[in-house]
Structures are given as C-alpha cells and as structure tokens.
Design a protein around this ligand. Structure first.
Ligand code: NAP
Length: 280
C-alpha cells in the first residue's frame, strides 16, 4: 500500500509557521518574467498567492517577449541594486531567442539575491557543503524534495538513488544533495542506454525530465519511493508528471502526486530563501 508524499499539505503547514512567526516581515520576493508563457503565468500566480498568505511582499517585473539580452541584463542589475527587493527569480523558460543566454542571466544575479538558488556560487556551495544551513541560497526544488522526504522519514543512507535528468536546476543539485546525505547515486540523461535496467534498481527514483509517462510500472521495483518533478500538460490540458502515476503507485511505498507534490515544495523553499536574506 503506497503513501502519498503530500507537498500541498506540508506547504500549508510551513506557510502557517512563516505567517505565525512573522519571519517574512519586511522581505519582498521579485519575479522577472519575459513574454507570456501560459504555464509560467500559473506558476507566478502560485508564488504570489503563497507570498500573500505570509508577510512576504511580492513584486513582478514584466518584459515583453521581444525584450533584448541587454534589457534583461539591465533589469537584473537594477534588481541586484534595489534594496526594496530581498531576492528575486528569473521565471523560466525564457523566449527562444534568449534561451541560449540563460546561464549568463543566472550568473548576473547577485548570489545573495538568487532566490531560486541557481547561481553557480550557490550550486558550488551545495557541492562543497554538507549542511544546507551553510548555503546562501539553496536550489529551491531540490531543497523542497529533501524537506518533503524528511517529513515522511524516508532514509537516504546506503540507499540507491536514481535521478533521471541532469539539468543544472533540478537533476544535478538533487543528485549532489543525495550524495551529501550518504546515498549511492546514479544520474541518467537522454543518452542513457536501457534506462529501465537502471531505474529498476532504485530504492528512491527522482524524475526530472518533462516527458509524460516516461516512467512506467515495469521500470520500477516494488517498494520504491517515487519523486516526480516533471510538469507536463497532457492532451486534455491537465497537468501531469513524468511518471505513469495510476499504474506506478501500486508498486511504490511513497509517491508524489502531480500536481500537489514537488511544485508546492519548490514555492515554499523560495520563501524560505527570501526569509534568509538580510536586505542589506
Ligand atoms: P531540462 O533542463 O529540459 O532537463 C531535462 C533533462 O532530462 C535533461 O538532462 C535531459 O537529458 C533529460 N532527458 C530527456 N529525455 C530523457 C530520456 N528519455 N531519458 C532520460 N533522461 C532524459 O528540464 P528541467 O528544467 O530540469 O525540468 C524537468 C521537468 O521538471 C520539467 O517538466 C519541468 O517543468 C519540471 N520542473 C518542475 C519543478 C517543480 O517545482 N515541480 C521545478 C523545475 C522543473 P540531456 O541532458 O541529455 O538532454
């Protein structure tokens, strides 16, 4: 019998704690968006709603789809120097013509204001440090995953963790955090041969690819813990993950739903990163 790793429930609990402790008072999250990506609008709205439930302020900075590299770099520089903004994120994905500069934009963010925790300094700190408390801004999705697994007392030490996806924003940071916690980690990518032979050995399977039903029931062993990071829209317009949830859940001991699993935890980690900022 599987148990749901309920990110929504945990998010509400953490937001309540932030609200009660008033630790967000005087802090403001900034969000830069470029263009009008429909999914991004929903994710930004979720961040705004979460801020509204706490004392953390929220401010959005929109650039047109046609914005140039120079305009975006200039806005990033402005927010780095704006002491009304505690920390900010650059909402991804960027329009096609700016995508190739993504790493340059992320590197232009002051690491102390990098609420998503994507800056090379923050990723490097995760590699160098065993303790997340020591990291200036922790990569938000990965931090949320760890927080969710901890809540359900999932063990990592000596476990075989398989991460499918090696992006700088999810796959690599979560793999490093699992290594730091004593797991034995395998990371797969689009060139991996015979993926199922690897996923079938996983005690904990973390999937961050962006392909509906990539992971099917025959690709996992009984008792596996499944963390589905993927967010895809299926043909009916419904948000689904990378895992064939209905069939895989019967073999799992724990599984995250999509939506309601990793997504809410990412937002809460962003807020926690903002709370850590000093506003100086
Ligand atoms: P990304 O940058 O596109 O990376 C996708 C990764 O998947 C790449 O490393 C790619 O390998 C790998 N991949 C592609 N096809 C594969 C296959 N058939 N087998 C194994 N690996 C394969 O994506 P991302 O930004 O990490 O995001 C991944 C998913 O997570 C997306 O659906 C995104 O929307 C979602 N997401 C959710 C949250 C949340 O809060 N829930 C946060 C961030 C992202 P190569 O490197 O070889 O190309």
């Amino acid at each position: 019998m599987y148990q749901i790793l309920d990110g929504k429930k945990l998010r509400n609990k953490i937001i309540k704690e932030i609200e009660t402790s008033e630790t967000g008072k005087g802090k403001t999250l900034g969000v830069i968006s470029v263009g009008n990506n429909k999914a991004s609008q929903t994710y930004i709205k979720n961040k705004e709603r979460s801020c509204e439930k706490t004392s953390i302020g929220f401010k959005r900075f929109n650039l047109l789809e046609s914005a140039s590299k120079k305009e975006l770099l200039s806005l990033i520089s402005e927010l780095n120097n704006n002491n009304q903004i505690s920390g900010f994120i650059l909402q991804l994905p960027l329009p096609d013509k700016l995508k190739k500069f993504q790493n340059e934009f992320i590197s232009a963010i002051n690491p102390k204001k990098d609420a998503d925790g994507f800056h090379p300094f923050n990723i490097g700190s995760v590699i160098a440090s065993q303790k997340l408390e020591d990291v200036v801004m922790v990569p938000a999705t990965s931090k949320g995953i760890i927080r969710l697994l901890d809540e359900y007392n999932v063990e990592y030490v000596s476990k075989r963790v398989v991460v499918v996806g090696r992006s700088n924003i999810v796959g690599k940071p979560i793999a490093i955090m699992m290594i730091n916690r004593g797991a034995t980690v395998t990371v797969c990518n689009s060139k991996t041969k015979n993926l199922s032979a690897i996923t079938r050995h996983a005690d904990i399977l973390i999937v961050a690819v962006g392909k509906e039903k990539l992971i099917t029931a025959d690709m996992v062993k009984s008792g596996v813990v499944i963390v589905d990071v993927g967010m895809n829209r299926n043909i009916n317009g419904k948000i689904v993950g990378d895992v064939d949830f209905d069939n895989v859940k019967e073999k799992a001991s724990f599984i995250t739903p999509v939506p309601g699993g990793v997504g809410p935890m990412t937002v809460v980690s962003l807020l926690e990163n903002i709370i850590k900022t000093s506003n100086s």
